[in-house]
Design a protein around this ligand. Structure first.
Ligand code: ACO
Length: 428
């Protein structure tokens, strides 16, 4: 039997055969289905793109029902256990794990790009003292495009990789500068003999002239968190990266848009929302009441539920273990008990079981960030740093895709038509 789908249009009685590839039919094959020849033809309607593939990809594989996440075919657990973030960044961008010399060359090439132009520093200094770190991050990433006008040459693979290295190397610097600005502290310039995550902690937390020795357990935890957050296939922000990139915009502008999408509390802002929620609950004794209000639709249980995972988010399990390691060297957050109780009650509750709502990656990550000493406004930035790699991997893949076209969805128009214009003095 050929892999086809036979559709009968009961309005006309006509039958159409549509090819099936990878359990998918092409939306354009539906356009031939019409009642009258002069009609536009049939479309598919999918608000929120819950069942529409917009591209083919070989970057990240997810099986949401089984709770599987793989980067370039490697299970996330193995990568988190055996790699550091820079190795995973190489994997995501190049498709293969690096050998020793490739890794050394990669790390060195990132080190060469950690500095930002002094004008960027001045621009950051002009933000209000209480500006949200993510707002500063998004604007400054966009501003980088004005420093690298050659980034516009998006059809040159070599140029794309150079700009990608720049972005991966500079985002920790921008993030740390945003944090130091909010604290009223002078910036720390990058220290290139350190690893990616050590250097980030150094830029964030070094005070005075005393040497700063980042705690190895925190460095490792950050590497693991960065690996877990590096990519997640066609999520909201990656789709924005592809959408902006599809118009041939430069990667800095596209990445600023992707970071803006990440900022929302339903996406990367969720870890900030989780901490705010845990603080609002305030005590373990209040958890049951809070869960009841979630079920009444008064608010959502932040850090729970996922568009694709209808099982325990595999990243959430690793983050939970990571939290234990971090709390061994920092003070144990009193909010952890509230989180554990919340998870326990929700996982036993019919409402959450029926809807397959499990903790997602952000349920525990905020507690770790808090233990490291970060204010909640830095949480989405902590997500944006590693996700930069995923956005760039998705963008590079799209730029090499023969089927790439500018992204331009259709709509079903439901508004008024051909209305007679009414002069302003005659309007009610
Ligand atoms: N708390 C309570 N109820 C929930 C939650 C939640 N966190 N999430 C979903 N539901 C309920 C909905 O009310 C709905 O119930 P209904 O069928 O009775 O109407 C049902 O579960 C399905 O919810 P949808 O909104 O249709 O699910 P969708 O796939 O569109 O949303 C999302 C996924 C946005 C992640 C959602 O689960 C949510 O808002 N979670 C909280 C925010 C959060 O943690 N976001 C981080 C996601 S991970 C990431 O971006 C890295």
């Amino acid at each position: 039997m050929p892999d086809t789908l036979t559709i009968t249009d009961n309005r006309t009685g006509k039958t159409y055969d549509v090819d099936i590839n990878d359990d998918t039919v092409r939306a354009m094959d539906f356009r031939q289905i019409k009642v009258q020849d002069d009609e536009f033809g049939m479309m598919t309607y999918d608000p929120g793109y819950t069942n529409t593939a917009a591209c083919t990809s070989s970057v990240t594989y997810i099986d949401g029902d089984k709770g599987i996440l793989e980067y370039r075919g490697y299970p996330i657990g193995q990568l988190a256990e055996n790699c550091d973030f820079q190795e995973v960044a190489y994997l995501l961008l190049h498709g293969e794990l690096p050998n020793q010399s490739q890794l050394e060359e990669w790390v060195q090439s990132l080190r060469m790009h950690t500095m930002v132009h002094e004008n960027i520093k001045e621009q950051m200094a002009s933000f209000r003292y209480d500006a949200h770190a993510m707002g500063m991050f998004i604007s400054t990433v966009a501003a980088l495009s004005t420093f690298y006008p050659e980034a516009k040459d998006v059809h040159c693979a070599e140029n794309r990789m150079l700009q990608s290295k720049r972005l991966i190397a500079k985002v920790p610097t921008l993030a740390a500068f945003a944090y130091r600005h909010s604290q009223g502290h002078p910036d720390n310039y990058p220290k290139n003999d350190l690893t990616y995550t050590e250097n980030f902690l150094h830029m964030m937390f070094k005070m005075t002239d005393n040497p700063y020795e980042p705690e190895p357990a925190l460095v490792r935890a950050l590497d693991v968190l960065f690996i877990l957050h590096a990519d997640h296939e066609q999520n909201c922000s990656a789709s924005v990266m592809r959408a902006i990139g599809s118009s041939d915009a430069d990667p800095y502008s596209a990445l600023a848009g992707a970071a803006a999408a990440l900022y929302g509390p339903l996406h990367g802002g969720a870890n900030e929302a989780v901490l705010n929620m845990l603080n609002a609950i305030g005590h373990v004794n209040n958890v049951r009441d809070y869960v009841a209000k979630c079920k009444d639709g008064e608010h959502r249980l932040m850090g729970f539920g996922h568009r694709v995972y209808k099982n325990y988010d595999p990243r959430a399990l690793i983050v939970k273990q990571c939290a234990d390691a971090v709390f061994e060297v920092t003070r144990r957050s009193p909010l952890l008990d509230i989180a554990l109780e919340l998870e326990k009650i929700a996982l036993e509750d019919e409402y959450f079981i029926k809807r397959k709502l499990y903790p997602n990656v952000d349920f525990y990550s905020g507690l770790i960030y808090e233990a490291i000493g970060l204010p909640v406004t830095m949480f989405p930035v902590m997500f944006a740093i590693p996700r930069t790699v995923g956005w760039l991997a998705q963008w590079q893949e799209m730029m090499e895709d023969d089927e790439r076209r500018i992204q331009r969805p259709r709509q079903i128009y439901v508004g008024g038509r051909e209305r007679e214009f009414v002069p302003i003095n005659q309007r009610g």
